[in-house]
Ligand binder design. Structure first.
Ligand code: CAA
Length: 380
């Protein structure tokens, strides 16, 4: 067992940490307040090959491992949680399944420009009546000759308002339940593809999501990703990687809150001394740091397993479950360390609480992660 990062992993960490401190942290509050999509930041990160971190260079990615990917998402989210999820969705929910299940022709059209960051991808699984119960898809794809005609809707699609293509899930055989779901690659300029206005949310306000509707949308059969009926497995195995990204995002958000609380505890005085000299604050700092390290180790374990090609559904679920709930605890403690100022929009502590909360919900709620983990533990 080795807890040391490789030279490459350390260099990635150092580089992105510096970039995030300079280009993300100073703007994150303003982007949150104005709900501004971080166009320049995403462009800058794509120039650093961070939109396809673990995608091979021949398909436009950085050709790095999944530990580097987790490090990248943590560091980016340390600077701006919204930018973190934009990058995570393109990497693990969009590029990853195209890499894993796509044909060479599909990779040329639907992977290379996206891993390079010239185009942006999103992932269309969630529906109004198929959130946690992802197998209950109502969107329907009917084969007509060389095409599928798709009708239905999706909601809460992160990157949806900006995406150039979507990995879309639809029922091709309603009677077959989850075995009747098929995945498709669909350019968002396809006639019949309609996007609603960006959603109004509690946090990650600069990462836009939206509902979308498909009205007699004709998709060439060559855009089907994998075989008919394989879609649920495409979705679930993709989420094994996606949950790792969200866990890394949660660690990044919590680290931002923790580091700012440590800083503030040295500046703020009460009862004649800096508050960090009170044991109440020292204990909070100790708890925050311990939980952060524990979460990061879970994230890196899942990433290492992914790199080894070992199934990591349960380990990714554990990482996401622990890291997301940790992020809520740590960001709330950090707000408490700030006292009244923590509740003020003049500081970032309240934003971190709002940003952390979604990590317990998207890419599978904490309850779903517990189902995935216990199913794995209890199977004979
Ligand atoms: N990899 C490969 N195959 C898998 C798998 C995985 N990780 N997980 C399940 N499967 C397979 C099973 O082996 C099974 O195969 P067979 O039928 O051949 O035996 C099949 O899929 C069905 O599995 P289950 O019986 O476990 O399926 P279920 O209907 O009980 O659902 C669930 C399981 C875990 C609850 C699942 O529905 C789930 O994960 N729900 C949450 C959905 C979710 O995370 N949505 C997030 C949307 S994306 C998002 O949020 C993006 C964003 O905004 C950032």
């Amino acid at each position: 067992m080795n807890f040391e990062l490789t030279d490459v992993q350390r260099e990635i960490q150092r580089t992105i940490r510096e970039v995030a401190a300079k280009e993300l942290t100073p703007h994150a509050r303003k982007w949150d307040e104005t709900h501004a999509w971080p166009t320049d930041a995403v462009k800058m990160l794509s120039e650093l090959s961070l939109l396809g971190v673990a995608i091979p260079e021949q398909y436009g990615g950085a050709g790095l491992d999944n530990v580097c990917y987790a490090i990248a998402v943590e560091e980016i989210s340390r600077g701006c949680a919204s930018t973190g999820v934009i990058v995570s969705v393109n990497n693990s929910l969009y590029c990853d399944p195209v890499m894993k299940f796509g044909t060479e022709a599909q990779k040329e059209q639907f992977l290379t420009p996206f891993a390079r960051g010239e185009k942006l991808g999103c992932f269309g699984l969630t529906e109004p009546e198929a959130g946690s119960d992802a197998g209950a898809q109502k969107t329907v794809a009917v084969r007509r000759g060389d095409e599928y005609v798709i009708n239905g809707s999706k909601n809460w699609i992160t990157n949806g308002p900006k995406a150039d293509a979507i990995v879309l899930f639809a029922m091709t055989n309603k009677e077959a339940g989850h075995k009747g779901i098929t995945a498709f690659l669909v350019p968002t300029n396809t006639p019949g593809f309609i996007r609603a206005e960006p959603d109004k949310k509690m946090g990650i306000s600069a990462a836009w999501s939206c509902s979308m509707f498909f009205e007699d949308m004709r998709v060439p059969a060559k855009y089907r990703l994998g075989e008919e009926g394989e879609g649920f497995k495409v979705a679930m195995s993709t989420l094994d990687g996606g949950r790792l990204g969200i866990a890394a995002q949660a660690v990044g958000i919590a680290r931002a809150a923790y580091e700012e609380a440590v800083q503030y505890s040295g500046d703020r005085k009460s009862f004649g001394k800096p508050i960090r000299e009170h044991q109440a604050i020292q204990f909070m700092i100790a708890d925050m740091a311990t939980e952060l390290d524990a979460a990061r180790l879970l994230v890196w374990r899942a990433a290492l397993m992914k790199d080894k090609g070992v199934r990591h559904s349960s380990e990714s679920a554990m990482a996401k479950l622990y890291a997301s709930e940790m992020a809520s605890r740590v960001t709330n403690k950090a707000l408490q360390v700030h006292g009244g100022m923590g509740y003020s929009k003049e500081m970032d502590a309240e934003r971190h609480v709002r940003d952390a909360r979604i990590t317990e919900i998207y890419e599978g709620t904490s309850e779903i992660q517990r189902i995935v983990i216990s199913t794995h533990l209890l199977k004979e």
